[in-house]
Design a protein around this ligand. Structure first.
Ligand code: NCD
Length: 469
């Protein structure tokens, strides 16, 4: 399969084999950096960074410069026509007619997908709000792979802001797909969002264990943990006898500790920020004295604030500057593949963990919309042209996953486009809790946010229109 002309919006846009091929090319390129000039000769990369960035933007631009291509850039929304009210789609079309490839960072979740849908050239997501940051994950995985040769079977602890951290979301998916065990240690009220957990336990087929065994393990001197995610490759007794096995498993040590900062810029309400900093987990020399951290790679996507002490920098276990440095060869390899400047040779897929679940897709001009205020589909200028799209990931209770930001919503009312015998009297809507949600074929389902909306479309309440039916 070729990578040319494809986009990278989420880490799941690349198969494990493609990621491995990328790593091989990154190795080759970093061993012969000076011979890469000319690989992308004559090509132009647009670098659009509408949120602060040091590493991601500069490593992308360095990468293109080292490949002999040219870079055009915009780093401030206020300096672009977006500030005049231009839509992301129009901007994407125009920039796509100037550049051969676009790298975009934007505060709205799902913005990179919109750019990819309209640009007509490959688009790389350099971070879309709190959604995903797939190229950071490539740098992270590449570092783990280089230091430990494999990812499968490793125990990787994710620390800090697992809720708003886009880098952690992409990394969690990738670790699960490569068969790692994930130890979750979120800050207070900063657990992984529901949609990330659903993906882990359905698409990637693993199990999330939150048990008393964890509390006991902590009491027994192990570091605090909220949950453990195990892939189908992990020893079965871990799932079956967590009480004994978790202690044993953790005592053998943690392979990597991935530290993240509190994403303050994504938590606008002061009340929501209360108490988050005070109990935020900190990684310092003292913590790393623990037996379980003897051989641990200390990782961080950077920038750090207070969660990772400077005293760790001199420790050979610290990996964060290496992660940042490796961003250049990784992004060189990615650009070269997406521009078709290098042929990809994908190794045969191993026993990777991803189940292709074909959830029914819900896509209508009217009816339910995403309720995430940070989703691109809910923004004033974008609502005019983006057709809402969801995956129906559950019917009991009815749960939709937005195709843009991937947040889950639980709409309250449903109807069928095939209302019985076609007479208006039978054009009824029902509570989403009723049996009708499973009875109506997914392709006929109409989903509403409210009764008012259902009635505005000519539907009348059925006996099953009350919530809780
Ligand atoms: C991350 C990001 O922007 O999401 N930084 C980066 O790209 N290296 C992590 C962060 O900002 O905390």
């Amino acid at each position: 399969m070729a990578l040319a002309n494809r986009s990278l919006v989420t880490i799941d846009d690349l198969s494990n084999g493609e990621i491995e091929a990328l790593f091989s090319l990154a190795d080759e390129m970093s061993d012969s950096m000076n011979e890469q000039f000319g690989v992308c000769h004559g090509k132009v990369m647009a670098s659009l960074f509408f949120e602060p960035s040091t590493r991601t933007r500069l490593s992308f631009e360095t990468a293109m410069n080292r490949l002999g291509g040219r870079v055009i850039s915009a780093v401030d929304v206020k300096a672009t026509s977006l500030a005049k009210g231009e839509s992301i789609a129009d901007m994407a079309r125009v920039v796509g007619s100037y550049a051969d490839i676009i790298v975009i960072r934007h505060p709205w979740e799902g913005a990179a997908k919109v750019v990819a849908d309209y640009a007509g050239v490959p688009v790389i997501n350099a971070g879309d709000g709190g959604h995903e940051h797939p190229t950071q994950t490539l740098c992270d995985l590449y570092t783990i792979k280089k230091e430990r040769q494999t990812i499968k079977g490793l125990k990787i602890a994710l620390w800090g802001d697992l809720k708003y951290g886009r880098a952690t979301h992409s990394l969690t998916y990738a670790l699960a797909r490569f068969g790692a065990t994930i130890l979750l240690r979120p800050g207070p009220r900063l657990e992984l969002p529901a949609h990330v957990i659903r993906k882990l336990t359905t698409e990637y087929g693993g199990e999330l264990i939150r048990s008393e065994a964890l509390d006991q393990a902590v009491k027994g001197g192990l570091f605090p943990l909220d949950a453990i995610y195990i892939t189908p490759s992990s020893p079965h007794q871990l799932a079956m006898m967590p009480d004994v096995s978790i202690q044993v498993e953790l005592k053998t040590g943690v392979d990597a500790l991935y530290v993240t900062r509190l994403q303050t810029e994504r938590i606008s309400a002061k009340a929501k920020r209360q108490g988050l900093k005070e109990h935020y987990p900190v990684v310092d020399k003292k913590l790393l004295k623990g037996k379980e951290f003897k051989r641990t790679l200390v990782m961080h996507p950077l920038p750090r604030i207070d969660e990772l002490a400077y005293e760790v920098d001199a420790d050979p276990r610290s990996m964060y500057f290496k992660q940042a440095e490796r961003g250049v060869p990784i992004r060189m390899a990615l650009i070269a593949f997406l521009l078709g400047a290098k042929e990809i040779s994908v190794p045969k897929e191993g026993d990777y963990f991803i189940l292709k679940i074909d959830y029914p897709v819900y896509r209508r001009e009217f009816g339910v919309r995403c309720s995430n205020p940070k989703c691109v589909t809910t923004q004033k200028g974008e609502i005019k042209y983006i057709k809402p799209e969801f995956k129906i990931v559950n019917t009991k209770p009815l749960t939709l996953r937005c195709a843009y930001c991937e947040h889950e919503i639980h709409p309250q009312y449903i109807a069928s486009s095939e209302w019985h015998d076609g007479t208006l009297d039978n054009k009824k809507y029902h509570s989403a809790d009723s049996h009708w949600t499973r009875k109506i074929k997914p392709e006929n389902l109409i989903i509403f946010d409210s009764q008012t909306e259902a009635e505005a479309h000519g539907f009348k309440p059925s006996h099953y229109a009350r919530v809780g039916h």
